[in-house]
Design a protein around this ligand. Structure first.
Ligand SMILES: NC(=O)c1ccc[n+]([C@@H]2O[C@H](COP(=O)([O-])OP(=O)(O)OC[C@H]3O[C@@H](n4cnc5c(N)ncnc54)[C@H](O)[C@@H]3O)[C@@H](O)[C@H]2O)c1
Length: 316
């Protein structure tokens, strides 16, 4: 199948692109290279340096490539930045997605696959009386930041396009994704940040007491979920996480062991928008997509550190 991957030069999108090609699909990538890198894209894959806010340019590219499926990964994905610049975030994350939906409608695409977020869509996860963990797809969405609100808006639009224009979709609500190629300089991926700092023997910082928990999933598992989403007949929303909460202190300890890091982390005040605990029940993806997480945390961390070691050496 001919698949358009937006954000395919980025961390997750580049792994998805690799796995889609391995499954026999033909792909083209749209990415404005804001955080993505040309070096993440193999030379024989068409990479169009374009912005998803630019509707005319997207229209040109659809006319040229005529994709059958859209796998939409391009986004601005920094929670703190989303609070500082809500307008740009809405332009890229909501209007950009709408441009793609309009073109998917025009070209009668077979499916729209969308990268949503379990962490930011469910938020803190309180019902009126209690906190409910792990989150299922039926848990009430309660975004705590503009990024989560952007993603939830997209989910509503995608469902509307499905109802009104018969566009099948799969929305994947990722938990916290980590693995090779994640940017150690940003603030999204604590595993990438700790790994980069530890290998360089720099100090590390933990926000709050470090007892906050996340559901860390290895990027190959996310890429496989996207391949299954493209192939399957189902339409709907699916959590994709391990179902295992891990606290930040534990991540620090495991990575310190893998990197022979001896320094103690310092603790910084936790930002007000930081969610205390989140992890996902992905049994629906198991039943309907045939997906489950395969790479356990220790193995995923080992692969990530190995990649970072090689990569840092190359950069020196
Ligand atoms: N990393 C995570 O833990 C996580 C968790 C949940 C959801 N997600 C979602 O997964 C997707 C991929 O995230 P990632 O972690 O790989 O981040 P990333 O920044 O590596 O990838 C995003 C890609 O989108 C591109 N992009 C940004 N703005 C663009 C624009 N206006 N036009 C065209 N391209 C643009 C960037 O250059 C980059 O290549 C995003 O939609 C993100 O919201 C990520």
């Amino acid at each position: 199948m001919k698949i358009l991957v937006t954000g395919g030069a980025g961390f997750i999108g580049s792994h998805i692109s690799h796995w889609l090609r391995k499954a026999g699909h033909e792909i083209a990538i749209i990415d404005n290279l804001r955080t993505g890198k040309q070096t993440n894209v193999p030379a024989d894959v068409p990479l169009y340096e374009a912005d998803i806010r630019d509707q005319a340019r997207l229209a040109e590219l659809f006319a040229k490539e005529r994709p059958q499926v859209i796998v939409h990964q391009a986004a601005l994905a920094n929670v703190r930045e989303s609070m500082q610049d809500p307008i740009t975030y809405a332009e890229v994350n909501i209007i950009g997605a709408l441009h793609l939906l309009e073109l998917a409608k025009k070209y009668n695409c077979r499916k729209f696959v969308f990268a949503s977020t379990g962490g930011a869509v469910y938020g803190e996860g309180f019902s009126e009386t209690e906190r409910i963990l792990p989150f299922t797809e039926d848990s009430p969405p309660q975004p705590k930041d503009n990024y989560g609100a952007n993603k939830l808006s997209c989910e509503y639009y995608i469902d509307l396009y499905s109802q009104n224009y018969d566009l099948p979709y799969v929305i994947l609500r990722y938990s916290n994704v980590y693995g090779p190629r994640q940017d150690a300089k940003g603030e999204a991926g604590v595993i990438a940040i700790f790994t980069g700092a530890m290998l360089a023997a720099h100090p590390t910082h933990i926000t709050g007491d470090g007892a906050q928990t996340r559901d860390f999933i290895y990027v190959d598992d996310i890429a496989r979920a996207n391949v299954l989403a493209v192939a399957g007949d189902v339409t709907g929303i699916y959590n994709v996480g391990t179902g295992q909460p891990t606290d930040i202190n534990t991540i620090h300890r495991l990575l310190a062991e893998l990197t022979d890091y001896r320094l103690k982390p310092s603790h910084l005040p936790a930002p007000a928008s930081e969610v205390r605990a989140t992890y996902l029940d992905s049994s629906k993806a198991g039943q309907e997509l045939g997906w489950e997480a395969e790479v356990d945390l220790r193995e995923g961390l080992r692969r990530t550190v190995e990649w970072a070691r090689k990569n840092q050496k190359q950069e020196c």
